[in-house]
Write a protein that binds this ligand. Structure first.
Ligand code: MTE
Ligand code: MO
Length: 241
C-alpha cells in the first residue's frame, strides 16, 4: 500500500482536520502499522502509534527466578511431517535457520552455530490472547546480533519469520526485531527448548502476545513491505502488551 493511500484512508475515515493532521504526522514518523487499512483499521493504528510513542524501546517485565511457572501451558501443535518426527527423535541434528532477504550476507545457521554465539536470556511471561500465560526463562541469540551479522540493507523495514509448521509465520517491524529482548531461542528453563514450546528454535518476542512467538522457526526474511508476506494470520499484526 502506498503511503498516500494509507493517509487518504485515515483522513477519509476521520473526516476532519485534526485527525487528518495526526494521520499525516503518524505516517511521516513511522507510526502506522502496515495493516492499518485492514480488519482492525484506525483503532489498530492508534494502538500501535500510542505504544511506539509511549513505550518506545521499553523492556518487557522480567521476573525473579522463583516465579518461573512449574507447569507451563502449551498449545502443543507441531509439524506433522515424518521428517520432523524423525528429527525430533534424534535431537534435530540438521536443523538450520536461514536469514535472507534485504541483507548483505544471507546465512544459514545450524543450532551449533547459534549456540556458539553470545547468548541472551530473560525470565519473561508468555501471554496468550486466549487468557492464559506462563513465566519461563528463555535463552537464545538476540535477533539484533544475527541481523547485524547478516548486514541489514538500508531499505529494511520488517522481519518475517516462518515455521516448519505450516502455515505458521509472522512478522515484526524493525524496532521490535532489534529490541534487546527479542531472542531466537533454543533453550527454556536451563534445558533445550522442548518441542511443545517450539523446539528446537523459536522466536521470542516478549513485548507482544503469544501468537507472535512462532515456534519451529527455520527462516527469517528481511523485507521492506509485508505485501505478499504473512502479517499476523487471523489476529491483528501488532500485538503489543
Ligand atoms: N508454530 C507455531 N507457533 C505458535 C503456535 C503454534 O500453534 N504453532 N501457537 C502460538 C500461540 S497462539 C501461542 S499463545 C504460543 C503458545 O506457546 P506455548 O505452546 O509455548 O505455550 O505459541 C504461538 N506460536
Ligand atoms: Mo495464543
Amino acid at each position: 500500500m502506498s503511503r498516500f493511500s494509507r493517509r487518504q484512508l485515515l483522513t477519509g475515515a476521520a473526516g476532519f482536520g485534526g485527525l487528518a493532521l495526526a494521520a499525516r504526522l503518524a505516517d511521516q514518523y513511522g507510526l502506522l502499522p502496515p495493516d492499518s487499512r485492514g480488519l482492525y483499521g484506525p483503532g489498530h493504528a492508534l494502538t500501535y502509534a500510542a505504544h511506539r510513542l509511549l513505550t518506545g524501546n521499553a523492556l518487557a517485565r522480567e521476573f525473579p527466578r522463583h516465579q518461573i511457572s512449574a507447569a507451563p501451558f502449551s498449545t502443543k501443535g507441531r509439524p506433522k511431517t515424518p521428517e520432523f518426527q524423525q528429527a525430533a527423535a534424534t535431537g534435530f541434528p540438521d536443523w538450520r535457520v536461514t536469514i535472507d532477504g534485504l541483507v548483505a550476507r544471507p546465512v544459514s545457521l545450524s543450532l551449533a552455530d547459534l549456540r556458539a554465539q553470545p547468548a541472551g536470556s530473560q525470565i519473561t511471561q508468555l501471554i496468550c490472547e486466549e487468557g492464559w500465560s506462563f513465566i519461563a526463562e528463555w535463552t537464545g541469540v538476540p535477533l539484533a546480533a544475527l541481523l547485524q551479522q547478516a548486514g541489514l540493507l538500508p531499505q529494511a523495514r520488517f522481519v518475517v519469520y516462518a515455521s516448519a509448521q505450516k502455515p505458521w509465520a509472522n512478522s515484526i517491524d524493525l524496532p521490535e526485531a532489534l529490541h534487546p529482548q527479542t531472542l531466537l531461542t533454543y533453550g527454556m528453563n536451563g534445558r533445550d527448548l522442548p518441542v511443545d514450546h517450539g523446539g528446537p528454535l523459536r522466536l521470542r518476542v516478549p513485548r507482544q502476545l503469544g501468537y507472535k512467538n512462532v515456534k519451529f522457526v527455520n527462516r527469517i526474511t528481511v523485507t521492506d513491505t509485508l505485501q505478499g508476506h504473512p502479517a499476523g494470520g487471523r489476529y491483528s499484526w501488532y500485538a503489543g502488551i
